[in-house]
Structure formats: C-alpha cells, structure tokens
Ligand binder design. Structure first.
Ligand SMILES: [Zn+2]
Length: 269
C-alpha cells in the first residue's frame, strides 16, 4: 500500500447516478453518496483529504454540505471560457446528441448508435481525434455535426456551467478556493507555445477579475503537461499546478490527484 498522508481527489459534475447519460456526461458525473463514503473512509485511515473539481459545473454547489460535514477544502478549477457560455465543451454537446439519437449523420454517412455500447464507442472514436485539435478546428467539427443532425445546442450552453455571479458566490465560501483550468479546455501539450500562453494568461486574468482574489493554482485540462507547459505555467505566475495520479513524475507543477475510482482502489489495497 502506498504511504499517503494527504490525498487530493478530483471531480467534475456531481449529482445522482444516471444511467441514461453517456460519454462525458456519464463519466464526468460522480454520485454524492459515493463521494461522502470515500471521504469518510479516507479520513478513518488518517488521510488528509482535499477535494478538487474541474471545469466549473453548476452542480458543484451540491457538494457544499459534504465539505462542511467533514471540514474538507475544495479547489474549484474553472475553465474560464465556459462561464457565461463563451466557449462550450464539445464533449458535452456530443454526449447529449448521442443520448437523444439512435442514428448520427457525419460527413453524409449515417452511423447507428442504438445502444450504450455503440454510443460509447462512437463517443470515444470522435473524442480521440478532437481532443488534440485547437479550438477553431474543434468548433468547425462540432458546428458541422450539429448542423447535419439538426440539433440545437443553445439550451445546453446556458444550463450546465457556472455564471460569473454564481462563481463569485461560490468563491466566498470559507472552504472553497478558485483555481484555473485554462480558457478553452485544450490539451495544452498538443498546442504551440503562444496558444498555451494565451490560454493560461487570459483565463487567470478573467477569473481574477470575477472573484477579486489572486488565482495561484492551476489544473491542466486532461492532466496533460510537459516541461514547456509547466514553464509557461510558472511564467504566468501560478504557484502550483495539478495533473492526475498518472500524469508522469510528480513536482510542484505536476501534483498528483486521484479520481474517485483510484481512491476506491487505494482503499482496497
Ligand atoms: Zn477538465
């Protein structure tokens, strides 16, 4: 068993378990009951637990009673462009389209996505390629997909992520700290230096203006970082940055975090 005294968990969306969700909508959702149970067990082992939540889902307000119950801190890493819908994650659009349709049209071809397995496979195939693209290319793809399938994303754009007023409200909770998760949620290791710089600089400034406090922590989208991304993060004035439990050699700019599943496996060991 690993000798862990402090564990940072990472979450995204929280709520009840919902088997009608697919793709990112499913795997980004952690049930509140399970979060409570895992914190309770880690604390019993004498481990200092810190929660973190990426992307800036509105649902994170639901976790406040758990923070207060266990007196654990939460770092909310916000994708600044998702606030007020300026940038929208294609992962959610694609997942919601798959939830609603049995057939998807793409480049004039029809794909049958009638059950969970075929929907998940379609999601993963598309996600693999799109994850590495820059924002304009992602947007081009998703706009075409939406058009071909006569699908409206307008409703989605306003409902899932925190607005600036909600973010300010959240930032005033004594156990909550706001951190940065980039502006457009790109995989930073696949982008050119000036794009990485812009992604971090712009989001840090944007978030500082909303919450009126210094933003000192960063989490990399997808946990993806390498020496040049870490150097740019230092240059932008962050004091520490988080990856995932599996994102390479740990350092102050690649701090490990555990998913709920990884914490569950740790507890079994
Ligand atoms: Zn993220």
């Amino acid at each position: 068993m690993e000798n862990v005294l402090k564990m940072v968990l990472y979450l995204h969306d929280v709520g009840v378990e919902d088997n009608t969700l697919v793709g990112a909508n499913y795997f980004n959702r952690d049930p509140l009951g399970q979060i409570d149970e895992i914190i309770c067990q880690l604390k019993k082992r004498g481990i200092d637990v810190v929660l973190s939540a990426d992307d800036g889902y509105k649902s994170i307000f639901l976790i406040l009673p758990i923070l207060e119950k266990y007196k654990v801190r939460l770092i909310c890493f916000i994708t600044a462009g998702f606030i007020n819908g300026e940038i929208y994650p294609y992962e959610v659009e694609l997942s919601t389209l798959l939830q609603q349709r049995d057939k998807i049209k793409l480049n004039s071809k029809i794909y049958s996505v009638y059950d969970r397995i075929s929907k998940e496979r379609f999601f993963l195939d598309i996600h693999k390629g799109l994850k590495l693209l820059n924002y304009d290319k992602r947007l081009q793809f998703i706009s075409k997909l939406v058009l071909e399938n006569d699908f409206s994303v307008e409703q989605l754009r306003s409902n899932l992520f925190l607005t600036s007023d909600e973010l300010l409200d959240l930032s005033r909770h004594s156990l909550v700290e706001i951190g940065d998760h980039s502006f457009s949620h790109l995989c930073l290791t696949s982008q050119k230096g000036h794009i990485v710089l812009n992604e971090l600089y712009k989001s840090k400034r944007y978030l500082t203006e909303i919450v009126g406090k210094r933003i000192t922590k960063l989490s990399y989208p997808y946990g993806a970082n390498n020496p040049y991304v870490r150097t740019i993060a230092r240059f932008c004035g962050y004091e520490s940055a988080f990856g995932t439990h599996t994102s390479g050699t740990y350092s102050g700019f690649n701090l490990p975090r555990y998913s709920l599943q990884e914490a569950r496996e740790f507890l079994k060991s």
